[in-house]
Write a protein that binds this ligand. Structure first.
Ligand code: ADE
Length: 224
């Protein structure tokens, strides 16, 4: 999969894809992330990418020309499954959305800034809008990093069997069960005996019960 990120502050994305599982995905040739500086696509001599809003009001608005120039440039090189604008008023990004996106070939993530983008970008240039949650970030870059992380690890072949995403929280609308490792006895805080029993079927049953109980306690909305 290739993900192109159009950013106002590309430096924010210098490191997130260079470590751990996303690095693994890149090394295996399964994920390529390319960050573009929106300013490189400015169409006037001042390299301007934002301007005052018509009608007055505080805050600058990202202009349509540089965004259109960047998206057109990318679209000339390959077809894109989605052009996604990151915004707090977009559709909520969930594990279900991540699963769907992990099956795409090419994605563009457009990061907003300041007051946002000229509405015509949303009307004519993007195919989808996503929010990572009900809070406002200074810009879309960190949201883009989160989406690339959540989607990247789901690309077939990125995780091996041991790391399988199938048992992650939310994958089946359940919270994952608790996990333990050595030592089995520490202070007076013991690991549940059943996990040390070696009885696979009972352990599976216990994990499922724990998942259900945790979901009931912490996220009852997921069970509805
Ligand atoms: N840009 C600013 N806030 C955001 C959010 N919550 N999700 C996605 N993009 C954003």
């Amino acid at each position: 999969m290739r993900i192109d990120i159009i950013a106002v502050v590309p430096e924010l994305l210098d490191s997130p894809f260079q470590h751990s599982i996303l690095k693994r995905a890149a090394t295996k040739g399964l994920l390529e992330v390319v960050v573009h500086n929106l300013r490189d696509y400015a169409t006037n001599k001042h390299q301007q990418i934002d301007d005052y809003q018509f009608g007055g009001g505080a805050g600058m608005v990202l202009m349509i020309e540089p965004i259109d120039a960047c998206i057109s440039h990318l679209r000339q090189q390959r077809p894109y499954d989605e052009v996604i604008y990151l915004s707090p008023d977009g559709e909520l990004f969930t594990q279900k959305v991540a699963n769907r996106l992990s099956m795409c070939q090419n994605l563009i993530l457009l990061c907003g800034h300041y007051k946002g983008v000229d509405e015509r970008v949303r009307q004519h240039l993007v195919t989808r809008e996503l929010s990572i949650g009900d809070y406002v970030l200074s810009g879309g870059e960190l949201a883009a990093a989160i989406i690339v992380d959540a989607v990247g690890r789901l690309i077939p072949g990125v995780l091996n069997n041991e790391m399988s995403a199938l048992e992650d929280s939310f994958q089946d609308n359940l919270i994952a069960p608790p996990v333990y490792t050595r030592p089995a006895y520490y202070n007076d805080w013991d690991v549940p005996e059943i996990l040390l029993s070696g009885h696979t079927a009972n352990i599976e049953k216990w994990r499922m019960e724990q998942s259900l109980q945790r979901t009931q306690e912490r996220r009852p909305d997921l069970l509805k």
